[in-house]
Design a protein around this ligand. Structure first.
Ligand SMILES: Cc1ncc(COP(=O)(O)O)c(C=O)c1O
Length: 448
């Protein structure tokens, strides 16, 4: 397709043109059907072409498409906030609505800083935000200083303020050279060391993805990780911000992933699946005490976008969450995640499969050249891209990634179908996945 004046994601990539979506399928311009094995980028959680969401958006467009948030309130965003808080842990009572994930994270950075200034006065020294290497929190200049996906940061590093980072819980290649459980989850305990090194009086927040998404490929933590992190944050008066932009809204089988470990963050950032892909959306869900400190202090969060609490987005959010509740979508995600697990032993037989990981319907496969040494393929082989092509040939879309080893090496991909996927569709997708991995193993022979 001639892209004319458009700047695409890549001028060199040869992408097919999508023309229609229905259920778990996306159709190209030649009428070929592809199973959406990654829900776009983990957002098309209720599948494509759901009429009742489109109807809700259309009705809102007819009623009122926009009223600027600095001049007007609107009932639809109040309703959306109520639906969102109904999914979150107790105490996470306030919602700030934006247009995307990066905006939600930027909002949390500013909320954390403003909270401490309002609570402790202008002299508050708490401003530093700690995050982790091998994480992704967005593509804006603010969020890139926070997060550590090297490939995406390198060019822009001179533009942003580099935040302090600890290593993620990459057990398959433990950055501390330890083994779970003897390690005593040293990667989580490292947060305490980092806070002490900086000085707790300067640290405002810690940001992390409950299951690391695109940078490492569904890297799930040991079960002790988040409770330890919560304890450390509370001990040092540091806000815990869970980036649930990929993991949230049922992806791992619970509304928010941190609920698996009974952890309540101070702030949850959500986006993507909150509106199922039917509208751009982001949300920051904030603990009562934080929002009310601002409410009872200056009275205004010093942040704002034209599309805060946009009525059309809000209508999409409410309709999506209600659809999820009505159709037991989270329960289906847990059941289909368990069904995927039955397939793991077969996938593990394939010579290039280093590790299959993740939770619920957020799964990742790390591809290696040598399973004993865990050596990756040379970057020039483009192994993740080859596997993706083999999947596409079989009508399955997956989400590839590279660079999880020190930012320069390693291949992986995410497999994360819509949460509404049926048993039969799941079996077809995992069957195609297995075939594609076997074909890739053949094609990659001798290239390690
Ligand atoms: C974990 C995580 N955080 C933040 C973002 C940024 O969201 P957006 O692309 O909507 O700005 C993403 C996007 O993929 C993400 O996966």
């Amino acid at each position: 397709m001639d892209l004319g004046h458009l700047i695409p994601r890549s001028f060199k990539g040869k992408l097919r043109t999508a023309v229609r979506g229905e259920g778990v399928y996306i159709y190209d311009e030649d009428g070929n059907a592809y199973m959406d094995g990654c829900s776009g980028a983990l957002l098309s959680s209720i599948g494509h072409g759901v009429k009742e969401i489109a109807d809700a958006i259309y009705q809102q467009l007819l009623t009122m498409e926009f009223a600027h948030p600095s001049r007007w309130n609107n009932k639809v965003s109040v309703e959306a906030a109520e639906e969102i808080t109904s999914l979150a842990q107790e105490g996470l009572d306030y919602v700030w609505l934006v247009s995307g994930g990066s905006e939600a994270i930027e909002s949390a950075m500013k909320m954390a800083r403003q909270y401490f200034v309002e609570r402790d006065g202008d002299g508050s020294g708490k401003y530093m935000m700690i995050a982790r290497w091998n994480s992704y929190h967005g593509s804006t200049v603010g969020t890139m200083g926070l997060a550590g996906s090297m490939g995406r940061r390198r060019t822009f590093a001179p533009l942003f303020i580099e935040g302090p980072k600890i290593q993620a819980h990459y057990c398959y290649r433990c950055p501390h050279n330890l083994k779970y459980p003897e390690c005593d989850v040293a990667c989580a305990r490292a947060l305490e060391g980092e806070i002490l090194r900086i000085g707790p009086a300067s640290v405002a927040a810690f940001f992390a993805e409950p299951v690391v998404g695109s940078t490492v490929g569904a890297l799930h933590p040991p079960k002790e990780y988040w409770p330890i992190i919560r304890e450390i944050c509370s001990k040092y008066d540091v806000l815990l911000v869970a980036d649930e932009i990929m993991t949230g809204v049922g992806r791992t089988g619970k509304a928010f992933c941190t609920q698996h470990w009974n952890v309540t963050p101070d702030i949850i950032c959500s986006a993507k699946a909150l509106a199922g892909g039917y509208s751009p959306v982001g949300a920051m869900i904030v603990r009562k005490e934080i929002a009310e400190t601002i409410r009872d202090g200056s009275g205004a969060f010093q942040h704002g976008h034209t599309y805060n609490g946009n009525p059309v987005t809000a209508a999409a959010v409410t309709a999506t969450i209600r659809y999820m509740k009505k159709n037991n979508v989270f329960e289906n995600a847990a059941a289909m995640g368990a069904r995927f697990e039955e397939k793991i032993p077969a996938l593990n037989e394939i010579p290039i499969v280093g590790e299959v990981r993740g939770m619920g319907m957020m799964r990742g496969v790390e591809i290696v050249a040598d399973r004993k040494t865990k050596a990756p393929f040379p970057a020039s082989v483009k192994a993740a891209s080859l596997v993706t092509d083999e999947c596409m040939k079989r009508g399955l879309v997956v989400y590839p990634g590279t660079g999880q080893i020190a930012g320069v090496a390693g291949d992986q991909f995410l497999f994360a179908p819509p949460l509404t996927t049926t048993k039969e569709e799941m079996d077809t997708m995992t069957g195609r996945l297995e075939e594609a991995l076997k074909a890739s193993a053949e094609a990659l022979k001798g290239k390690g």
